[in-house]
Design a protein around this ligand. Structure first.
Ligand code: BES
Ligand code: ZN
Length: 426
């Protein structure tokens, strides 16, 4: 492992370059590139490889895993043989290779069969920083007083439009983060989002390039008309995975997580259809590389933090279209903001008659954890109780047919997204 780690001397410069608009920093109005270069250097990310040269399968990465998961997995992933490079009472850090991330992701799901997860870190220093308690998110007042705006917008949410997006995304052979089709799916989504926001000069769509792998993240920004420096983030992950075969496997990822990207797409479409102009900036982010240890969201959330972006709240949509439990929406209760969850409960009660439950997810689980660890308030409204969720994810059978060929469940999450962005972005 790691035999080819001949480290090139470099500076990471390309993080915020976008093939769509090479000269624009991805956050409008602020050129974040010098800050990223400095921050990457400070984070110890120099001395590895040129950002323009993709990482190799045998490059080293560091993973942090909860000790409970390591104990539960014992013989799997050779955990009994591997020596952690660092450990505290909750978390262990191991050096692994990029190629091994897929195996770990698969084992987490199919052997442990519990939602746990791991963070992948580009350096040992970054991994160690993750062992500390995350900073507490800033307290804020939550109010629900935008009924006149929200109610008509909710009427525009269209189940058929959600279905269409899921179908289009699931048609890629896979959206694996290191595959050609994974990269193509990001460019396709960029075009799709650009098309739906035509005629709105306050909306821009960009790719966020990750130096290490082919798939980019996609960011749609609705610039705030009153306080553009305040940012509300709605996210989901674009990548899909099935087993260890990487780019060779068929991974439609219709529920995990085309259903989340479709919720984002539908809320953006409703913004345009209603002519709504938020006071704060609203960003929709389709993250690359979630399935490989939250790698895309980690780079983005770290970047926002390093640039001092005033993120007001983060809502993650990861699996929204499989109704596996009695209630409609389950708020994940771990690694999230309790205060924001309480607000979401009130928001859903104010605007819908959906029944809300709570459930737990595990150590890393999804991209909201990348924001939580940076001290931002994040939540994850989920499709079912964690052990009653879609059993087909991470297989070739994660298709829309498993949800009856419709998006009636995801439809509810799109309504939550619209209500959230209006009440948070006012
Ligand atoms: N969508 C899943 C998260 C999930 C799965 C939540 C099942 C609840 C029930 C996500 O894409 C995923 O697979 N996460 C991994 C962790 C990740 C860091 C590899 C997991 O849960 O094992
Ligand atoms: Zn997922």
């Amino acid at each position: 492992m790691g035999g080819l780690r001949t480290f090139l001397v470099l500076t990471f410069m390309a993080a915020a370059t976008s093939s769509a608009a090479p000269d624009a920093g991805f956050d409008q109005g602020v050129d974040v590139r010098p800050a990223i270069a400095t921050a990457r250097e400070a984070a110890g990310m120099t001395g590895r490889r040129l950002a323009s040269s993709p990482e190799r399968a045998d490059d080293a990465v560091w993973i942090s895993v909860s000790n409970a998961d390591v104990a539960a997995l014992k013989g799997e992933f050779d955990f009994s043989r591997r020596v952690p490079v660092s450990q505290n009472s909750l978390v262990s850090i191991f050096e692994v290779t990029v190629a091994e991330l897929d195996a770990l992701s698969d084992i987490m799901h199919h052997r442990l069969r519990k939602c746990g997860g791991f963070f992948a870190h580009p350096t040992l220093r970054a991994a160690k920083a993750d062992m500390a308690e995350p900073p507490l998110a800033m307290a804020r007042a939550y109010e629900i007083d935008q009924r006149e705006t929200v109610v008509p917008m909710l009427k525009l949410v269209d189940e058929a439009a959600i279905t269409e997006t899921i179908k289009r995304l699931a048609a890629f052979k896979n959206r694996y983060y290191r595959s050609e089709t994974g990269a193509a799916s990001a460019r396709w989504l960029r075009d799709y989002w650009q098309e739906l926001s035509k005629g709105r000069p306050d909306i821009t769509v960009e790719l966020f390039r990750h130096g290490g792998w082919a798939q980019e993240s996609v960011i749609l920004t609705v610039r705030g008309k009153a306080e553009p420096g305040k940012v509300v983030v709605l996210g989901g992950h674009l990548d899909s995975i099935a087993g260890w075969g990487g780019g060779d496997n068929v991974a439609p990822g219709a529920d995990d997580d085309a259903s989340g990207i479709a919720v984002l797409t539908e809320s953006a479409r409703v913004i345009v259809a209603s002519g709504y102009k938020p006071g704060s900036t609203v960003k929709f982010i389709a993250y690359a590389a979630e399935e490989a240890g939250l790698r895309g969201s980690r780079e983005i959330a770290d970047n926002f933090k390093q640039n001092g972006v005033a993120v007001q709240g983060v809502l993650q949509f990861d699996m929204t279209n499989y109704r596996g439990s009695a209630d409609d929406i389950y708020l994940i209760a771990d690694n999230v903001s309790e205060a924001q969850n309480a607000f979401l409960g009130k928001l859903i009660a104010a605007y819908t008659d959906y029944r809300v439950g709570t459930t737990k997810c595990g150590y890393a689980c999804s991209d909201h954890a990348s924001w939580t660890r940076n001290g931002y308030s994040a939540s994850l409204p989920f499709e079912a109780k964690f052990d009653e969720d879609n059993p087909n994810i991470h297989t070739a059978n994660d298709t829309l047919a498993q949800s009856g060929g419709n998006s009636l469940h995801a439809f509810k999450f799109a309504k939550v997204a619209v209500a959230y962005l209006v009440e948070m972005g006012k």
